[in-house]
Design a protein around this ligand. Structure first.
Ligand SMILES: Nc1ncnc2c1ncn2[C@@H]1O[C@H](COP(=O)(O)OP(=O)(O)OP(=O)(O)O)[C@@H](O)[C@H]1O
Length: 325
């Protein structure tokens, strides 16, 4: 199977001085699959991508692209398409020539390079803008040109490092929807680094979570979000209800376990209006529980109390590993 994988990383290590940036990371990305690398700032996400691209050399471990060991190859022979957050387009070249550039430097003849570039521009819905200069594009269009440039190489593996970080929220959500369709159409593997959990959930079939350079959990996206393996992962993914349960243990009460209506009433001890609704904390018998109420649900607040019960079947014990670093 691994011969068919777009990417196979085995036992990768990389230190910068005393900083262990990447520690024993192994993962595979199948063709046609999108995998998101998630983790807090400084956990080693960009370093993993740079090791795959050949911009850094690992201290130990191997990188195979399309079943070929490229650990000792320079970036240009690895067959990897890259889109970095500070993507640079050549200002003096047209959109078409920007996209064709990488093919031309690999020795593809001009007419063939332009045909492949047009095909890539069509994939990102930019047909008709071939003749424009980068300065005549919106931020979202320029971002799609950078993507088309990576797609045009027809690499079996695309690496995207925070590909939408320069865009505003509306453009990001438009582009997210477009990318999901695009990734489904091309048969490449995609390794995506993002800070944005919505981006990971929208685009990736699997997620890999890094902490201080080491892989702490990997699995199908919805499984990892629904069943974080430890308290640290749960907290990183935004879970708020981790109740102390003895030494080194917490009880994870997911928000889906909180059922409004029966139970209580419990006193509301904190409330705050946010973009997604009214966030309230109730003093439940199990401990303080925080949940977000939609405007309609906020109508269930009676004075300063809320009726809710906990579906115990969804409550899971987790090891509390939040202190170790
Ligand atoms: N060239 C370098 N020299 C020294 N230290 C480095 C170098 N590149 C990265 N590091 C360190 O390695 C660790 C991992 O960095 P990396 O950029 O991979 O993290 P990241 O998860 O991508 O972070 P962010 O989300 O903030 O971009 C950090 O502690 C960083 O300071």
């Amino acid at each position: 199977m691994s011969a068919a994988a777009a990417l196979t990383l085995s036992g990768l290590h990389k230190a910068f001085g005393t900083v262990q940036a990447v520690q024993n990371v192994s993962l595979t990305v199948a063709r046609g699959e999108t995998v998101a690398l998630l983790g807090p700032s400084g956990c080693g996400k960009s370093t993993v991508l740079r090791l795959v691209a050949g911009l850094e050399r690992p201290d130990a471990g191997t990188v195979a692209v399309g079943g070929r060991d490229v650990t000792r190859q320079p970036p240009e022979t690895r067959g990897v398409g890259l889109v970095f957050q500070d993507y640079a387009l050549f200002p003096h070249l047209s959109v078409l020539d920007n996209v064709a550039y990488g093919l031309r430097v690999r020795g593809v003849a001009r007419a063939a390079a332009q045909a492949q570039a047009r095909e890539a521009l069509a994939l990102v819905d930019l047909t008709g803008l071939d003749g424009r200069r980068p300065a005549q594009l919106s931020g979202g269009q320029a971002q799609r040109v950078a993507l088309a440039r990576a797609l045009a190489t027809r690499s079996p593996l695309l690496l995207l490092d925070e590909p939408m970080s320069n865009l505003d929220e509306r453009l990001r959500s438009d582009l997210r929807a477009g990318l999901r369709g695009l990734f489904a159409r091309i048969d490449a593997g995609v390794l995506l680094v993002t800070h944005d959990q919505r981006e990971a959930r929208a685009l990736a079939g699997r997620v890999v979570i890094l902490r201080a350079g080491a892989l702490v959990q990997a699995g199908p996206t919805e499984t990892v979000f629904a069943q974080p393996a430890t308290a640290w992962v749960a907290a990183f993914l935004g879970e708020r209800n981790l109740l102390p349960a003895g030494p080194g243990q917490v009880r994870h009460v997911p928000e889906t376990a909180l059922q409004l209506g029966p139970g209580g009433p419990w006193p509301v001890v904190a409330r705050q209006s946010t973009e997604s609704g009214l966030v309230v904390t109730v003093a439940h018998a199990l401990g303080p529980l925080t949940l977000t109420l939609s405007p309609r649900e906020a109508g269930l607040l009676a004075g300063n109390t809320l009726r809710l019960s906990v579906d115990e079947a969804q409550v899971r014990p987790l090891p509390d590993d939040r202190e170790q670093e």
